[in-house]
Ligand binder design. Structure first.
Ligand code: ZN
Length: 239
């Protein structure tokens, strides 16, 4: 049973070209011809939208069961956090570190996708995926999972909400956004939300880049908020 699951996951990941984080279990991301079969049901766009800082949505999966917005997190160790907190913590051995709440980021991305769709009829499901070396101690309503659980979650949505032609239309549309002309339009949606979230964090003295505290510094007669982890993190915001 497990063997089949792993093989299925391997196929799925290679179909989606998800960088395999399952190395520890020994799965190679070999591309198999079955990949094509999967694509008919689950169409994947990698690195969808360009955001201001160059980041993009890791994976958007379009299916007849809904649209999945997937954010990959590379944090390892014990992960603690809640749905609405600004930052989460990662603990490796005795070292604790904060990082920006990935659920919030993923929800912002899902919201942007909803705006693109211009309808509430189609469910847009945010999923945050951690690698197998993470241990999740989190309290969330959003899907935050380890990589080996991704298939389970996606297959849990089994109610068809789109016809094949509707799905095709969305795929076409979304692929269209990657053209130069439209990329600006999609940027606007996204950047506005991100800037709002960024402003909120800066006001709360939290670095939007890395989640550590912001401190007020002065240089050349000007005051600015800067990351307490400077020079490791170079975030600064003029006052
Ligand atoms: Zn920082």
């Amino acid at each position: 049973m497990w063997l089949y699951l792993f093989i299925a996951l391997g196929l799925f990941c290679s179909a989606l070209r998800i960088p395999i984080m399952l190395g520890k279990i020994g799965i190679n991301s070999t591309r198999v011809s079955l990949a094509r079969l999967d694509k008919k049901q689950y169409y994947c766009i990698q690195n969808f939208f360009v955001q201001k800082n160059g980041a993009s949505i890791d994976y958007v999966i379009i299916s007849r069961y809904g649209i999945f917005v997937i954010k990959m997190s590379t944090q390892k160790g014990i992960i603690e956090g809640t749905e609405h907190s600004d930052t989460w913590t990662q603990q490796v051995l005795k070292r604790k570190r904060r990082f920006a709440n990935p659920v919030k980021q993923c929800k912002i991305q899902a919201k942007a996708i909803r705006k693109l769709l211009q309808t509430n009829k189609i469910p847009v499901i945010p999923i945050v995926v951690f690698g197998m070396s993470a241990q999740l101690k989190i309290k969330v309503n959003t899907h935050v999972i380890l990589a080996n659980n991704l298939l389970n979650i996606i297959y849990r949505y089994d109610q068809e909400v789109l016809t094949s032609s509707e799905m095709e239309k969305i795929i076409k549309e979304f692929n269209g956004y990657t053209s130069q002309k439209n990329i600006r339009k999609t940027r606007i949606y996204n950047v506005k939300d991100i800037l709002e979230e960024r402003k909120r964090l800066v006001d709360a003295d939290i670095c939007p880049k890395c989640g550590n505290k912001l401190v007020i510094r002065e240089g050349k007669g000007r005051k600015y908020k800067s990351c307490s982890k400077y020079p490791k993190c170079k975030f600064r915001h003029g006052l």
